[in-house]
Design a binder for this molecule. Structure first.
Ligand SMILES: [Zn+2]
Ligand SMILES: [Zn+2]
Length: 205
């Protein structure tokens, strides 16, 4: 007799055993055949269901894996290749919930989030999920995304631009790397890059 066959026999002979899900002892029901009892590993229907759910969850890719499978890292924007919502923003569904891709990008990058903040694009590309092109801002900070949808005029007049027109003119004459200038002014590096290269604030010169 093999060791395994012996264990099965010993198990079938026992009057009670521990549930493989919750660990509680349960007894052999009176109407169970030896075969039924030998195959029984959970104490209740509830534990059978919970164990099945846990097994499925263990086999499912993590939210991070599901997210990272849907874009490729490169030099510029990391464009989402998964599903897009009606506004052109990426999303991923996981364990019955829907997550916006650019919000997830910031959260998985460990950026601090507070209630009421929204994930904003500095690069004006709604498909982009590259964390250093994104930031958590107030809804009023969401200038680029709003401008893309044509709701706000360009430049300083709408009142929520992060730099004044005077600062933009100064930025263009500043010494130092783009990152240093960005840090000094408290804006992102891509913002500075675009200002210096004239992609935004083009009406100033
Ligand atoms: Zn149980
Ligand atoms: Zn981008």
């Amino acid at each position: 007799m093999t060791g395994r066959a012996f264990l099965i026999l010993a198990n079938a002979a026992a009057r009670e055993r521990a549930c493989q899900h919750c660990g509680e002892m349960f007894s052999r029901p009176k109407d169970y055949s030896a075969k039924q009892w030998a195959q029984r590993v959970f104490c209740s229907q509830a534990c059978t269901g919970l164990a099945k759910k846990a097994k499925l969850a263990a086999e499912r890719p993590s939210l991070r894996e599901a997210f990272e499978a849907r874009f490729t890292k490169g030099d510029g924007c990391w464009e989402w290749t998964g599903a897009l919502d009606g506004y052109g923003y990426g999303f991923v569904e996981h364990a019955g919930r829907r997550y916006r891709a650019h919000v997830l990008a910031l959260r998985l990058a460990g950026r601090p989030y507070a209630d009421g903040l929204v994930a904003c694009h500095d690069c004006d590309n709604p498909k982009c999920v590259r964390p250093d092109h994104l930031y958590f801002g107030t809804p009023r900070d969401n200038v680029h995304d709003a401008m893309r949808r044509g709701r706000l005029p360009r430049g300083e007049t709408h009142g929520h631009a992060k730099l004044t027109e005077q600062q933009v003119l100064e930025v263009r004459g500043m010494p130092g790397s783009y990152s240093e200038i960005a840090r000094r002014l408290g804006v992102s590096r891509p913002t500075i890059t675009r200002i210096i290269k004239g992609k935004t604030w083009r009406h100033l010169s």
